[in-house]
Design a binder for this molecule. Structure first.
Ligand code: DX5
Ligand code: ZN
Length: 228
C-alpha cells in the first residue's frame, strides 16, 4: 500500500491542526515529525511536546524521525507523548539493535534511517526487527532540498533484499519527494513517501497531497497500488 507521510516541518506551525487536517483530506495517512537537535544535523526543530500537541488533534499515526544524538535517552518521552513509530539513524546508534529493541519495548514501531552516503549493507542484521527502513534522499537537516537520484539504487536494493530474505518491512523515502520525482521513487520500491514542501502551501495543501498521491499510485506496481 502506498502511503503519504506528510512532513509538518514545511507547515505553518501557528495553524498546525488545520494544516494536518488539510493534508489528511488530501489523502495523507501518516504524520511525519522531523526531530532535530542541532548536533547530528545542523538545525533544531521540536521534540516530544510537539508530538503531544499533534496527538491531541489527529488520530493519524505519528511517525517520528529522530535526527538526534543519543536517541535512547528520549524514547520513553516520545512514547509517553503518543508517538506510534520512531526511527533512528544508523549513524548515531552504537548499539543499533539495542535501540530498536528499546523502541519496540515501548510499544512503538521501530524504524532505522540511513543517510545518502550510508550503505544498505550496514542494516542487514537488523532488517528482521524493523517495521520500516527510511532511506534519506537528501542529507538530513532541512526541507526543500533537491532529491539525490543515486539513492534510487538503495531503494531498489532494499526491495530486492526484502524479497530475498522473505521479510516485510516497509520502505520509506524522505527528502525532495515531489511531483516530478515521486514516480521514480515508487518504481524503485518505496511505499511510505515523506513529503513536506511538495505538500504544504497555503490554500493548496489538500490538492497538492491528492495530486502527489495520484502520481505515486499511478506509478506503482499492482500489489502496491491498492488502497487500504
Ligand atoms: C529532512 C527531513 C525531511 C524534510 C522533507 O531532514 O527529514 O522530512 O522535512 O522535506 P521536503 O519534502 O521538503 O524535502
Ligand atoms: Zn524526515
Amino acid at each position: 500500500m502506498i502511503e503519504l507521510a506528510f512532513s509538518i516541518l514545511a507547515s505553518d506551525f501557528a495553524h498546525l491542526a488545520d494544516e494536518v487536517a488539510a493534508a489528511e483530506r488530501g489523502g495523507g495517512t501518516i504524520v511525519h515529525v522531523d526531530v532535530m537537535d542541532g548536533h547530528f544535523v545542523p538545525n533544531i526543530t521540536f521534540g516530544p511536546p510537539m508530538v503531544k500537541s499533534l496527538r491531541a488533534v489527529t488520530k493519524l499515526p505519528l511517525d517520528c524521525h529522530l535526527m538526534i544524538e543519543r536517541p535512547d535517552d528520549f524514547i520513553s518521552e516520545f512514547a509517553a507523548a503518543g508517538a506510534d513509530m520512531v526511527s533512528v539513524h544508523q549513524e548515531v546508534c552504537r548499539h543499533l539493535h539495542r535501540t530498536l529493541q528499546l523502541i519496540a519495548d515501548h510499544k512503538m514501531l521501530p524504524g532505522v534511517v540511513i543517510n545518502p552516503a550510508t550503505p544498505v549493507e550496514t542494516l542487514i542484521e537488523v532488517l528482521p526487527m524493523v517495521h520500516h527502513v527510511l532511506v534519506m534522499s537528501v542529507n538530513p537537516g532541512f526541507g526543500g532540498q533537491q532529491f539525490l537520484p543515486f539513492t534510487l539504487n538503495k531503494i531498489a536494493y532494499l526491495a530486492e533484499l526484502r524479497e530475498e530474505l522473505g521479510l516485510n518491512f516497509r520502505i520509506e523515502v524522505d527528502g525532495g519527494v515531489a511531483h516530478d520525482t515521486v514516480a521514480q521513487v515508487v518504481e524503485a520500491g518505496a511505499d511510505m513517501l515523506v513529503a513536506g514542501s511538495a505538500v504544504f502551501c497555503p490554500g493548496k495543501t489538500e490538492q497538492n497531497a491528492r495530486e502527489l498521491l495520484a502520481l505515486a499510485r499511478a506509478a506503482a506496481p499492482d500489489k502496491l497500488a491498492q488502497k487500504g
